[in-house]
Every structure is written in structure tokens, then in C-alpha cells.
Design a protein around this ligand. Sequence first.
Ligand SMILES: Nc1ncnc2c1ncn2[C@@H]1O[C@H](COP(=O)(O)OP(=O)(O)OP(=O)(O)O)[C@@H](O)[C@H]1O
Ligand SMILES: [Zn+2]
Length: 464
Amino acid sequence: MLKIFNSYTRLQEQLEVDKKKTINMYVCGITAYDFCHIGHGRTFIFFDVVVRYLRSLGYALKYVRNITDIDDKIIAASLKNNESYISLSNRMISNMKDDFSALNILPPDSEPRVTENISDIIKFISILLNKKHAYVACNGDIMFSVSSYLNYGALSNQFSKILNKEINISHYSTKKNIADFALWKTSKSSIFVGWNSPWGNGRPGWHIECSSMCRSAFKNKIDIHGGGVDLLFPHHENELAQSVCIDSNFSIKHWMHTGLVIINNEKMSKSLNNTLLLRDLLTQYDSEIIRFFLLSTHYRHPLYFCYKNLSNSSKLLKKLYLSLRGVDFDIKGLDIVDNFKTDFYKAMNSDFNTPLALSILLRLSKEINKFKLIDSNKASQLASKLRQLGSILGILLKDPEYFLQNNFNCNNSIIGKINSLIYERDKARRVKDWVRADRIRKELLELGIVLEDTSFNTFWRSLQ
Ligand SMILES: Nc1ncnc2c1ncn2[C@@H]1O[C@H](COP(=O)(O)OP(=O)(O)OP(=O)(O)O)[C@@H](O)[C@H]1O
Ligand SMILES: [Zn+2]
């Protein structure tokens, strides 16, 4: 039985599902004003694994991941670029899609954008005003009143911290309580023209967007709501407050939050300008190496970015691919009895313990190597299993030969040289010229290339 840590109750709880096994999952997506970084990679690769795993268990999962395509930061960046906010956000959304597809992140079933949901958002704000959960501030903005919702602070566990804070004088013009937040921001200058609303021209606040898009997608049945832990407060706290105040039957079964990617002791983030971009990393490392690295820390822990761990992931993934090399994936057999699959599922059922799941794959690869020497059929069957389990994590999807050769950093002319030396060595071996064959092997070794002879072919791989 799958157990998931619920950030609301702070307990590991069994995933509750209906008879039809449907699961609705909403994850907060990017604010599109810059390129995606490794922090995004971590959060969205993790939720991609949640999607793959739940589907592998037979659940009918619907995945919605929104996009914030209008926001203060988008406006500021577009003004700086001398570009319209629409053009900037479209460009960044398209870049995100390229990066995510290069990382083999499955596209969500739906990807709503704020600008396509303005009328729903206006309806929601009107309901909150009618129910007296919101008020018009002196500057014309519509504010949510946190003191109108008794359970405010329960998700992020900050009741007293927030509500007892003295209100700062600078906030008197807009807020009754320090924690009150904007639902609708009226246009204060002519630079940006927003949307018409009963409260004048303006645009929505960040938190109301997700209440609205989540509800449009799933009404009242949200099984999993996710995002990075930086969103727990205030974004998710505020989103929950709004949604419950709009409809008292609203609830979210499981809140899931990923730990942050940290660099130089700070959250990696666009606004802190300390990002390592996914697209840059993808020029240096295979997408599966990046996935392996990001999944080798449990999703709730912080992940300290470090090249040493990335290259260690590269070595471990190569080990997995080496065990897949030279086996026959067409050999079908009964699902052989072994503990690997059971152990893998046990690890994943324990709040998605991907580091443990990866270690089980490494154990399985050792077993394959052992059987390659004594029972090639069994080795092939185990290799198919390794591939199948790997695919749940979105790895081991490539042809082993392609992976191992492409992760040797060299250009086409060197690969041409390697192949022609192997050809020459084969010729020498056929005429039993062992001295020449050995000399060529040594020459290749000096180039950092290791040869592996099997009964039907010679394979090569990099020494690193
Ligand atoms: N360093 C990080 N580690 C893990 N997840 C992250 C990290 N940064 C952002 N995320 C997650 O990615 C999603 C989109 O985040 P967003 O576009 O706001 O990025 P950001 O870099 O935090 O931007 P900003 O600095 O403008 O807040 C959210 O679910 C967020 O929690
Ligand atoms: Zn959100």
C-alpha cells in the first residue's frame, strides 16, 4: 500500500482512492519570465515519477500543472527586455517545454494559464467579497481577510506566528492584518493594462489563480496537490484559505512538497539570480544522468547541488547500462521469481523512496552481470525487468549502446577512429594475429576506450 507524507497532517498516510481508481493531481507550475533551472528540474522530475509510478499501479491519474503567465516579475522582466509580457511568457513557456521534453518529463494532461482563466478568477473574488472574506483596500485592491478564516495557518503550522504579528505602519493603506493578501491588484499605472473587473482595471493576485485553476480542473476532488516546499507558505496556505471560503466542502487529500535545490546555502531561484539552467546542464550531461542525480536524494530533503555527485550519478547510471549491454530483450519468459520488483515497489510505496529504489536497480544490475556468465536467458529476463523498473523512474529508456557511446565526450572523428581500429582488430583476430589485436586494444585503452568481446560482437565504452 502506497504511503505518502502529507504536509498538512505531517504524517505518512495511505493514499486513499475511489473505486474507479481515479486520482486528480494538481502541481503548481512555473512563473514564466526566465529559463528553467535545476530546482524546477527536481520538482517536476519528481512529480513526473509520481505520475509514472501511480499509472504503473493501474491508477487513472489526471495531472494538471498550471502556468503563471502574468505576474509582477513577468511585467518587470518584460519592461527590462523591451518586450511585451505575452511575448516573454510565451517564449519562456516554449523554452520550458523544450527543457522538460529533453528531460523526458511527460507533459501534463492539462496546462492551464492564468490569462485564460481571468473570468473565473473574477467570479471567485466576487464570491469571497459577498461572503465577507475579502474587502476593498484604500488603494482599490481587493484583499483577502485572513482573520475571516479560522483555520488560517493550519497547513503551514504558523497560526500564532502570522496572526499575532504587529501590523507594520507601511501596510495600513492596504491591509487590516499583516497576513492579508491581494486577490485583485488594480492597475496603478498606464504601462500595463490589465483586465476589466467590477473593481476596475487590474489583474489577479498570485494565490487566487491556483484556487481558480485547480477548481476548474477538478471541482471538489483533489487527491494530490503539490509543489516545492517554498510554496507551503504563503502560496498554498492562502490558496487553501480561499478555496475553503468559497466552498466549505473543499478539501485536498494529500499535500506534497518537494525539498529545495540549494546552491551556496541558498534556494536556487530565478529571483535570487543564482540559477544553473537545465538547458546548460543538458549540454554537459545526458538527461538520464540528471534524472538519476535528482532522484538520488529523497524528494522531501533539501538537495545540495554538487558536480561531484552529478558525476557519481553518471558512473552509477553507466553501471546500469553496462549490465543491459549485450543481452537479448526479445527473450520472453515467465515473470521470473525474484525479490527485485517487490523491493522496488516497497521502496516506492514508502513515500516514493527513489534513492532506495535506485539502489535496488543497482543490485539487480549486479545479478544480471552474474547471470551473463552462467545463464544468458536468465540474464536477459532480468535485464528486461531492470529496464521496466527503470522506466518508472524515467531512466534506462535508451539503447545501451547509444547511451554508453554517447556519454563518452568525443567528436565524430574520434568515434570514426575507434570504429576503424575495432574493425582492424577484428580482421587481425580472424587471422589469429593476436599480437596486432592486442596492440590495437592497448592503443584504444590509451584513448580511454575499453573493449568488451562477446560471442557475437565487440563493444566499446569509455574508461571513465
Ligand atoms: N530551488 C528549487 N528547488 C525545488 N523546487 C523549486 C526550486 N525553485 C522553484 N521550485 C519549484 O518550481 C515551481 C515553479 O517555481 P517558480 O517558477 O516560482 O521558480 P522560482 O525560481 O522560485 O522563481 P522566483 O524566484 O521568481 O520565485 C514551484 O513548484 C517551486 O516550488
Ligand atoms: Zn500554485
